[in-house]
Design a protein around this ligand. Structure first.
Ligand code: CA
Ligand code: CA
Ligand code: CA
Length: 588
């Protein structure tokens, strides 16, 4: 334990050094300006909250400017909006802005009448008496609104923040407008005219061709790229901040009411959330659980009573003391504890329902004995049949998947060194990836071998890093499973041995082409450390979503403080008709 203490101190010191150097470079700059983007008021018969969110996210992503402009988190804006409620005008926007210590406040309204959409937006500088910057955008089609909001963001960047590239673009556009002014006046200018820059022309053209997605965009979600460059955009849902580090998550209908819940594993706590339409609510928290280090949570109805159990793989002093919860009267209750097995659930690759794998450990190693398919018998969770797996496989690093639709599942495994490997038979390696996947900072400590050597006692224990989950799904419904897995990027990789810090991650979907795992799509880069993920109808809207836990760790003094968000991307598996680039994100 003291070795852990020392390594934690080293780790904190490393981060402090990193934080200090960031601080030094930042101090050369003025403090960034703070912008509050208020949710626009919706005037419409139907629910256009997806559009309100889309506009907000778009403005936020376009206005954010490293070290210069910070967009205040919606979670921080919301409570102040209760003190200063809408509708907003210039004076109220200033009042709200000063409560938030904002320099600039953006507010407005969106009106939808039939298919016509108009957006009215105001930008107020909190200090001083300058008039607000405003715009009014009207379009016959949703898809034409977004490029115009984008143009407005450019105007804000030019006129308020004096962002050089935006200023240059504005000046160029002005000159062009002056040159063509006489003709425009004669012909009668349309209500809104897109500027005649090449980019705007392209956007107009794109708006016309909007029935087609660009070839590099996955129809599952317009944010997902099929090619190899990143995007920075906004078609996702993000939970309010969750205090603490979310170690793992799983989704299932744990109380059997027909709606899915999200089970979130925190150190010493298990929380149950429900996302229903727009609401994200904590419905239960289980606190009095067994001691230990909670590693992973999985959901499966192994006892077959129709109500899924929640499996928590847990370790204390080198021993597995896993436990199982089930929904009882008004909350989670212990069904079994002190179970000497690690658990991992996966969909049955060739049938229905879930399979739960189990594996034990020994004092001298993180995993011991074969991986078993687990069963529930006489009130106990017990090993049933062992399965044949490749060397180095363990309960947490593999998945069985019918990659070619043959009905004969293969084994996909995160091999040592975080390479993805595919095996036909256990000794038949078919593929090994060049890239590293499933990187994680979760580990099990095992005594180093030299501990058995009396001449060298007290050596620091070794760490067996546990990869993140491999998940299988057949989103394109061709009968062949795809593998979904993260690539977490490590900011200090190579600098410090035996330690891993992740600062951004991307989720990949991979398919088997008969020889290799090939990229199908990927999400945008997500800042933070992606600890776990699943694909499930988490929003209870009849459509699956890619659900991720994203962890940010902050260091104040010597105290390590983490917080997390759940992020979900809508998936539209059967996107035959792609009428709008803007997809409804309502409740995912
Ligand atoms: Ca439920
Ligand atoms: Ca059950
Ligand atoms: Ca497939």
């Amino acid at each position: 334990m003291s070795a852990t203490g020392i390594s934690r101190t080293v780790r904190r010191t490393a981060v402090l050094v990193a934080a200090l150097s960031l601080l030094l470079s930042a101090s050369a700059w003025a403090a960034p300006q703070r912008v509050a983007v208020l949710p626009f008021t919706a005037n419409a018969k139907e629910d256009i909250s997806y559009l309100v969110k889309g506009v907000r996210d778009m403005l936020a992503s376009r206005l954010a400017w490293q070290d210069k402009v910070v967009v205040i988190e919606p979670d921080l804006v919301a409570p102040v909006m209760k003190e200063v409620p809408p509708p907003y005008n210039e004076a109220k926007a200033r009042k709200l802005g000063s409560k938030l210590s904002a320099d600039v406040v953006v507010y407005g309204s969106i009106t939808a009448l039939g298919s016509t959409v108009s957006v009215d937006a105001q930008v107020v500088r909190v200090k001083g008496k300058q008039p607000p910057l405003s715009t009014f955008v009207q379009a016959a089609d949703l898809n034409q609104v977004i490029p115009q909001i984008n143009d407005f963001a450019k105007r804000i960047n030019a006129e308020i923040f004096r962002r050089p590239e935006a200023v240059a673009a504005m000046q160029k556009q002005k000159r062009q407008e002056e040159n063509s002014a006489p003709q425009a006046a004669a012909s009668g200018k349309p209500l809104v005219e897109a500027p005649k820059t090449p980019a705007a022309e392209w956007q107009q053209k794109r708006a016309v061709e909007v029935g087609k997605l660009p070839p590099n965009i996955s129809p599952l979600n317009p944010l997902f790229l099929r090619s190899l460059s990143g995007v920075d955009s906004d078609r996702y849902w993000r939970s309010p901040r969750i205090d603490g580090v979310v170690e793992s998550l799983a989704v299932g209908d744990i109380d059997n009411d027909g709606l899915n819940e999200m089970v979130v594993l925190l150190p010493k706590r298990i929380r149950v959330y429900r996302l229903d339409g727009q609401r994200f609510g904590l419905i239960n928290e289980f606190r009095k659980g067994p001691d230990g280090e909670y590693l992973f949570v999985d959901i499966a109805d192994l006892d077959g009573n129709g109500r899924p159990e929640i499996f928590v793989s847990n370790i204390i002093n080198g021993e597995i003391v896993s436990f199982v919860l089930e929904w009882g009267k008004g909350g989670l209750a212990i069904k079994a504890k002190g179970i000497p097995w690690f658990f991992r659930a996966q969909p049955n690759p060739t049938g229905k329902g879930m399979i739960v794998w189990g594996q034990g450990k020994s004092i001298s190693s993180a995993f011991a004995g074969p991986v078993y398919r687990m069963k529930y018998e006489n009130g106990q969770y017990l090993p049933d049949k062992p399965i044949q797996l490749p060397q180095y496989a363990n309960v947490f690093n593999f998945v069985r998947a019918d990659l070619n639709g043959s009905g004969h599942p293969m084994t996909v495994m995160v091999a040592p060194g975080f390479r993805l490997k595919v095996f036909g038979k256990p000794d038949d390696e078919l593929f090994a990836s060049g890239e590293m996947y499933a990187g994680s900072s979760k580990f099990i400590e095992v005594p180093s071998h030299s501990n058995n050597d009396p001449s060298n006692p007290g050596d620091e224990p070794a760490r067996e890093f546990l990869p993140t989950r491999l998940i299988i799904n057949d989103l394109d419904k061709d009968g062949r499973a795809e593998i979904v897995v993260v690539r977490n990027k490590d900011s200090l990789q190579g600098i410090m041995e035996n330690m891993q810090f992740f600062y951004q991650g991307t989720i990949y979907s991979l398919y088997w082409n008969g020889m290799s795992l090939m990229e199908n799509w990927r999400t945008p880069r997500i800042s933070g450390y992606l600890t776990d993920y699943t694909i499930a109808d988490v929003g209870n809207v009849g459509r699956p979503a890619l659900v991720l836990s994203v962890v940010q760790t902050k260091y104040g003094g010597m105290v390590e403080k983490g917080f997390s968000h759940i992020v979900a991307f809508t998936l539209k598996p059967q996107a035959k008709k792609k009428k709008h680039i803007i997809k409804r994100t309502k409740g995912l």
